[in-house]
Design a protein around this ligand. Structure first.
Ligand SMILES: [Zn+2]
Length: 316
């Protein structure tokens, strides 16, 4: 047992084989998606990765239409799976999980929440303050991609930077896409308008990433395009432990179990499929910790096990 794995995670892992049987067969009526206690859960979750102090924050989350999350699945087939998982047929709730990491030297945030751009969100800076972290303390912000739920919280109500002292990192192709004419052809105008409004004020503080590299000591980036043209994954390696913030490489654990199911939100679905294979084979092989921004239940933290077809999400 590695010392920075929590007891809960360890117990989860030690029962992995049995869990896989449950989830594959569904014969025990268990679900990794349905969480009756979701509403009463805290909006922050603290854990350690080696010497790094980590906190997951839920910015608020949102209900989605299942047909938007699984656009190519016949309704009856989809409903059967949703029923088995004890999920509602008419909406799917996902948290918006963002990650704070204190390395001792750097205070890092991965993605900035939706702010006031989407309903029921904007909790991230409030929640940070509630555990003693001022947004001004953040010196590094990684932007995995520029969808509204990841960058809507860049500015406050007055149009000032919430993370006023941060250096920002984004993949160059991601930035270029949202400021290009083709963005308006490939994605809703609201998304483009939000990205431009929120990101333009940080232009002078952005480092544009063009290759996979270690950006800060023990912290690297992987290019995982498809969901958006410059979507990236952020990797934290503290000692022997690794944590991948996979953002929206896939949106929801069912996209792992049913790898052919795709959401309407992927701008380049064929490339997204390649990134999905690469990233989830990697994290499964390394038995690394994973955070998917929309993975249920909050804190969206767990591990991924490779199956014959697809992968299984095992929440911590
Ligand atoms: Zn997202």
């Amino acid at each position: 047992m590695k010392k920075s794995i929590s007891r809960r995670t360890f117990l989860q892992l030690s029962s992995l084989a049995a869990s896989s049987l449950y989830f594959d067969s569904n014969s025990f009526g268990m679900s990794i998606y349905h969480d009756e206690n979701l509403d009463s859960r805290d909006d922050n979750y603290r854990f350690n990765l080696g010497g790094f102090e980590c906190i997951c924050f839920n910015d608020g989350g949102l209900d989605y239409k299942p047909s938007d999350f699984f656009k190519n699945v016949p309704t009856e087939e989809l409903n059967e799976v949703l029923r088995k998982q004890k999920l509602q047929l008419d909406s799917i709730y996902t948290p918006y999980t963002h990650l704070f990491v204190n390395t001792g030297k750097h205070r890092i945030l991965v993605d900035m929440g939706a702010g006031k751009v989407l309903p029921n969100n904007g909790n991230l800076p409030i929640s940070m303050r509630s555990v003693g972290i001022e947004p001004e303390d953040i010196d590094t912000v990684f932007i995995t991609h520029a969808h509204p739920d990841h960058i809507g919280g860049t500015l406050d109500d007055s149009g000032n930077l919430v993370y006023a002292n941060a250096q920002y990192y984004i993949w160059k192709e991601e930035w270029d896409f949202w400021f290009s004419d083709s963005a308006l052809e490939k994605t809703p105008e609201f998304f483009v308008k939000t990205a431009r409004e929120q990101l333009n004020p940080i232009k002078d503080r952005v480092t544009f990433l063009e290759e996979e590299s270690e950006v800060l000591p023990d912290i690297g980036v992987l290019f995982a395009p498809g969901h958006t043209p410059g979507h990236m994954v952020v990797v934290f390696a503290a000692g022997k432990e690794k944590l991948y913030y996979v953002a929206d490489t896939v949106l929801y654990p069912l996209h792992l179990e049913y790898p052919d199911w795709v959401p309407i939100y992927d701008i380049l679905p064929e490339i997204a499929a390649l990134s999905k294979n690469r990233i989830f084979n990697l994290v499964a092989e390394e038995e690394a910790l994973v955070i998917g921004q929309h993975f249920t239940p909050f804190p969206s933290l767990g591990k991924v096990v490779k199956k014959e077809r697809g992968w299984l999400w095992v929440p911590s």
